[in-house]
Design a protein around this ligand. Sequence first.
Ligand code: ZN
Ligand code: ZN
Length: 216
Amino acid sequence: MRVHGYRVTTGDDRHHHTFGSDSWKTPICPNCGTNVHFIFNFELNDNKLSTLSNDQLDSIPMVSCLNCSSYWSTQVFKIEPRTREIIILKQNDKDNWLSDEEDRLPYPLPFTKVKLEELYETDTPTGEWDSDKAFEDFGSEYICRILGEPLFATEPIQKKCYSCNEDIEYIATICSEDFDSEGLVHEGFSFNFGESFLYFYFCKFCSLLQTEMQST
Ligand SMILES: [Zn+2]
Ligand SMILES: [Zn+2]
């Protein structure tokens, strides 16, 4: 069965999907010493996300520090629903790069309600289709896409769970806003962490979140 994919856009569709805030407790980034960003939270009572639901979680938080090189290589986070806490299981940052102070995103990110809108046909190029339009709209019309076919910047990502080695579910991808499209997630706010795509994966057996980065 083909899984539908969605653009994540601002607005309220009664499911309480959100961007920003600090409603999950995130760890301190080992590289830059500030809280890992809590980026999006998706409520699993939304039928559109039924493929991700397990018996442990009510919602899936998507987290990563966005101000340093910590997300350039694979990250693994454990989601602890009882304490609403995120724990770092793996992070191998060897670059130890920090973005310039004036470019850093704040913690917490500003709170915004978001909703899910079906991906457009052009968002999921297949076969011979040209992917230019998909990449053009991603970052100029929306900054997060959830489920559906991932839009890979380079080669497809094949992932197994860090803990149980089972296949792992693709959840979502985020990218920065284009400079002339600022305010897509929050009015007067610029969501920019550089020219990369950050892919989130989820093991529903272990409640682990894994991330991979690609850039064009
Ligand atoms: Zn960091
Ligand atoms: Zn697992």
